[in-house]
Design a protein around this ligand. Sequence first.
Ligand code: SF4
Length: 344
Amino acid sequence: MKKLATWFIQNRRDFPWRHNPTPYHVWISEVMLQQTQGPRVVDFYNRWMKRLPTLKSVAEAPLEDLLKLWEGLGYYSRVRSIHHAAKDIVERFNGALPNNAADLSSIKGLGPYTVGAILAFGFHQKQPAVDANVARVLARYFALSDDISKATTLKKFRELTLSVLPDNDPHIVAEALIELGAVICKKRPECTRCPLKQDCKAFKEGLQESLPVKSLKIAYETLYRDVAVVMHDEHLLVRQGKKGIACSGLYEFPYFDGPVAGRAGDELGSLLQNELQLDANFEYCLDDEKQSFTKYRVTLYPKFFRSQSKTAILDHVWVHKHDIGALTFSSGHKRLLDNILEES
Ligand code: SF4
């Protein structure tokens, strides 16, 4: 693993969360990095740290501010969880993340990976932080056919990680494993430029493409939504996602689940009339948008309407286009909004 540490020191990507990280910096960056690649997180991270430089400032900020800072990253339950956890940490641990696994694990929302990452990178302890990247590297390096979608395998891999971490500066190898999985030992590994290739069992045996074994596939659900972008003068009609659904609390344009190819403009106009008692004239189709959240893959079919009045509609609000940027939208609706504002 010495070669891996040397490779990492010479080649690590320069991310802001790697500059003198505190446990708080590690925590926020690790949550942002879940299911998102490093380069995409940089702007979100910098924006967050500028506005919320301390854990205490997170606990004191309104949730709406946190959601706005998170807008575009997706998986909004994570930011709610951060807010909740920050309050808990202020209350129980005087505003500082604790430096041991037992206390960290008692904070709701902190799973084994995040706990390991905070201890390893924030406190420089010899602790395993096993994410999908590390699991892939280890499965190949040791040529293990354990199913990485099983919790028992991840437990085994945590122990395995611990066994390969050196006593001196263990955090360097712990982070190097993650980096290697992100940039070289990817789904399609680039073994010829890998610092571990001489000792990697999968590479020696030609198994690198068939490992790791992952039996559990996520069953994605496809949805099609007809979205009505309704304008009156310079006001747009929006609503907040209902509580209990994936995008709850986030703003969106009114939409109706619909057929695979979407509805015609007149048909959508009739729905506005029947469901929202809103008279609006269909003008034109906007570009389709894709949206992903949790297990859903959504196609949005947006259409532009004009209304003659700002009819009051239950659970909906009319917002001036100059003020609408302050609201937090779900990802697909946000792109839609940006396009509309750019055009208008
Ligand atoms: S040699 Fe190939 S399979 Fe082995 S760790 Fe390196 S990139 Fe992964």
